[in-house]
Structure formats: structure tokens, C-alpha cells
Design a protein around this ligand. Structure first.
Ligand code: MG
Length: 237
């Protein structure tokens, strides 16, 4: 348990795999993109499977590490590369990405997300910090948060400090007054702890902690936050 001399005023949340399962949605989005390509640029899916197209994003990231935080740019650049390798001189990259992006945002938040965040939003300011390119307006959760930051607009991904620093600035709070909640031990727990925030590891599947300093608390779903935050508030008394 951390020393609790600061009243908690705000909570920040990771998105993918914290508020919803992301991989089923990404796989479906990649499949729909593949079908769209097959109808318009058939040499691309003939040459690259969905997994090979995904791997191209990784190759682009490796050659352009300064852009690795921008998953939208990586997807588009990988598609442009695939089109060149398949010898298309003209390619509608925006059309292709739109097919992926709309499907990628067809996520289903976990059942407890909206009721829990509505409740917590009455006591704390809520914001989101994501390395991905989810669009909360498309998903229909944007009303729950005072703002949402992602790696693309910040220019750096978690676990690096800039996204956490910007969150503190926009929340007008000291790091100790903010609790960050996320599923990723490195991006969310280590990143937020390094920036001085309190940390909650959301471990929905009962994974073992991978090692290194542990989070200030561990929960199985968001509904455990009410009791946890009440405990931390009581410690100040
Ligand atoms: Mg996550």
C-alpha cells in the first residue's frame, strides 16, 4: 500500500484490453480489410495473408522507430508498401484504412464498464490514456471522460512519461492524486508508476505478475475500484 497523503481526484484508464477485448475486433477488422482488398486490389491479398499484412506493420515500425507510436500511420504505411510490392501504382490507402478503422472500433465494452465509470465519474475526474487508435465517439463511451489522450496526438507511447505528464497537466492534479488503471504491466503499471501516479493492474484473466515492482493494487474487474478507492481515501483520515 502506498503512503496516502494526497486526496485522489482523478482516474485515468487504458482502453484496449482494459475497457474491452481488443483482439477479436482487430482480427475481424483485418479480415474485412482483406475482403475489401480482394475485391479491388486482388494481387495484395493473393500475396499477403492477414497475418502477413499485420507483420508488415511491425517491419515498418522497425525501419521507422520514430513513428512506431502511431498505429494509424503504421497501418497506412504497411498498406502502401503492400500495394507497391503487389505492383499497384495507384492505391486508395484512405479507403482501405477506413474499412479497418470502422471495424476496429466495433468493440463491446465489458459489462461493468459503463455503470462503474458512471458511478466513479460522480466523485472523480475520468480520462483515458491509450497507445492505440480507438475512437471513443464511435464506440459511444466519450460522454464518460473529460478527455482522452493517445500516443498519436502526444507523439510518444506509454510507458514513456509524456502522456502521463500531459494527463496531470490537463487534470490540474499532482501525479500522486491520480490513479491509473490498465492491463499492461509495462505500459500501464511501470509507466504510470515511473511518472509518480498510483497504479492499479487490471488482471481479468488471473495472469501471473511478470516480475518487477508490482502495482499498488490488483483487480479482476473495474467494479472492484469503488471499494479500493474508499480504502485509499480512508487511509488519509
Ligand atoms: Mg491495454
Amino acid at each position: 500500500m502506498p503512503a496516502a497523503h494526497h486526496r485522489i481526484t482523478a482516474l485515468t484508464f487504458d482502453l484496449d484490453d482494459t475497457l474491452w477485448d481488443v483482439w477479436p475486433v482487430v482480427e475481424r477488422a483485418e479480415m474485412l480489410l482483406h475482403e475489401w482488398l480482394a475485391a479491388r486490389y486482388p494481387r495484395i491479398p493473393a500475396r499477403f495473408s492477414t497475418l502477413e499484412l499485420r507483420a508488415l506493420c511491425g517491419e515498418v515500425a522497425a525501419t521507422c522507430p520514430q513513428m512506431a507510436h502511431d498505429r494509424t500511420w503504421l497501418r497506412k504505411e504497411a498498406l502502401r508498401l503492400a500495394a507497391r510490392l503487389a505492383e499497384y501504382r495507384e492505391f486508395d490507402v484512405e479507403g482501405a484504412f477506413a474499412v479497418f478503422f470502422i471495424a476496429r472500433n466495433a468493440v463491446e465494452p465489458f459489462a461493468e464498464v459503463r455503470p462503474t465509470l458512471q458511478r466513479l465519474g460522480q466523485r472523480y475526474r475520468l480520462a483515458t490514456l491509450s497507445n492505440g487508435n480507438a475512437d471513443l465517439r464511435l464506440i459511444g463511451l466519450d460522454d464518460l471522460f473529460v478527455f482522452s489522450l493517445n500516443a498519436i496526438e502526444i507523439g510518444a507511447a506509454k510507458p514513456d512519461a509524456p502522456m502521463f505528464i500531459e494527463a496531470c497537466r490537463r487534470l490540474a492534479a499532482r501525479p500522486e492524486q491520480i490513479v491509473h488503471v490498465g492491463d499492461d504491466p509495462e505500459h500501464d503499471v511501470r509507466g504510470a508508476a515511473d511518472a509518480g501516479l498510483r497504479t492499479v493492474w487490471l488482471n481479468r484473466n488471473g495472469r501471473a505478475w511478470p516480475g518487477g515492482p508490482t502495482a499498488d493494487a490488483e483487480i479482476r474487474d473495474l467494479s472492484e475500484l469503488d471499494a479500493l478507492l474508499a480504502d485509499w481515501d480512508a487511509e488519509r483520515a
